[in-house]
Design a protein around this ligand. Structure first.
Ligand code: PEP
Ligand code: MN
Length: 366
């Protein structure tokens, strides 16, 4: 795809390395919008002000946004503070209302629930045919890369070239630490397969709680993304939506001062040679891990054949419990994170079961 990078969307974005978007989850009142915008303007490095006015809420009992009047408030933000604005659109009617306003917002974003539905995406993309406006497409709530890319392609096919993606995490059915699971591996896949599409991190919707926000931001910085969208409210405790995850403009300022975006490369020879050495060690460890893995799988296969010959079941609960317990203990001694150890062990165990099941199905000669 021939996508136009963020830096070429507007003159004032020409020299930025990362786009920073901040603003409340929802526009609630004119005062709340303007007061929040005032705080955001003061930070001095926020490139766009966000606010949802049509809110796609899970329950119809939740606050569903102020609607069209919010466009007037966003226009005031733009006119009073000279900050670019961005709003969520989910239907052709929303698009029409934004575009017909005397001060249309500068950009549009597509929400995670909308991205999950190709019919909705197509109708919004059709409403935008021939319009030159940047569109930021959030990942769908379900972790499917093809669905996310499909949504982006629908806009691209209709002539929109100023496109970026927003990573806001994926819906977890179980109780998890984060409100939405980041699935970093999916993001890395995205970056590998579609390097031309820039990705903006939305740590607010991943974290779900302001206490976890900074951790998620650091992960995004580590992945060297192209920007951040952070929910900001002048008084988060009285917010009508997503109040637990919003922060004040002052808190945002503090966080932004603390973080430094990383550079991709460096000309520093000493640093480069140090990095090279460390990477060489990592390479060597990875090769050793592969060898160990191969040896482990060979043993699993041997055991599988013995189980088959003696009519023993593949999964043995007591053995599994012992594996988890002893490996977690090893991990503790080696100062390894317990979640990591559990993940690795579960994955290895699952692979072993898969291999042994195949042996049972295919006979001894397999
Ligand atoms: C939002 O940005 O406030 C929002 C509704 O996000 P998402 O679509 O990611 O849930
Ligand atoms: Mn929100």
């Amino acid at each position: 795809m021939n996508i136009i990078p963020i830096q070429q969307w507007f003159d004032d974005l020409k020299d930025i390395k990362h786009i920073l978007i901040a603003g409340p989850c929802s526009a609630e009142t004119k005062e709340q919008v303007l007061q929040t915008a005032k705080g955001i303007k003061k930070i001095g490095k926020i490139n766009a002000f966000r606010a949802g006015i049509w809110k796609p809420r899970t329950s119809p009992k939740s606050f569903e946004g102020v609607g069209e009047i919010g466009l007037d408030w966003l226009a005031e933000v733009k006119n009073n503070y000279g900050i670019r604005t961005i709003v969520e659109v989910a239907t052709p009617e929303h698009v029409e209302k934004v575009l017909k306003h005397n001060t249309p917002t500068d950009m549009l974003w597509i929400g995670a629930r909308t991205s999950a539905n190709p019919f909705s995406i197509q109708s919004v993309a059709d409403a935008l045919k021939g319009v030159d406006i940047p569109v930021l497409v959030k990942n769908p709530v379900i972790p499917e890369l093809k669905l996310w890319i499909g949504a982006i392609e629908r806009f691209y096919k209709n002539g929109i070239q100023k496109i970026a993606a927003i990573h806001r995490g994926f819906y977890p059915y179980e109780e998890t630490k984060y409100r939405n699971i980041p699935k970093w591996e999916l993001l890395i896949d995205f970056k590998t397969k579609f390097p031309e599409i820039q990705i903006i991190g939305d740590p607010s919707h991943i974290a779900g709680k302001r206490e976890l926000l900074e951790d998620v931001i650091w992960m995004f910085i580590g992945l060297n993304l192209d920007g951040l969208m952070i929910e900001t409210h002048y008084n988060p405790d009285i917010a009508l939506s997503d109040k637990a995850q919003q922060i004040t403009p002052e808190q945002l300022d503090t966080i932004l001062k603390k973080i430094k975006f990383r550079m991709n490369d460096t000309d520093d020879d000493l640093l480069n040679s140090e990095l090279k050495k460390l990477r060489f060690s990592i390479d060597s460890i990875d090769y050793q891990m592969m060898e160990l893995l191969s040896r482990r799988m060979k043993l699993v296969r041997k055991i599988g054949l013995m189980k088959k010959d003696n009519n023993l079941s593949i999964f043995q609960l007591e053995r599994w419990k012992e594996i988890v317990k002893t490996r977690l203990n090893y991990g503790d001694e080696l100062d390894l994170d317990r979640t990591l150890v559990k993940k690795v062990i579960k994955m290895l165990h699952q692979e072993s079961i898969n291999l042994q099941s195949k042996l049972f199905k295919n006979g001894n000669n397999e």
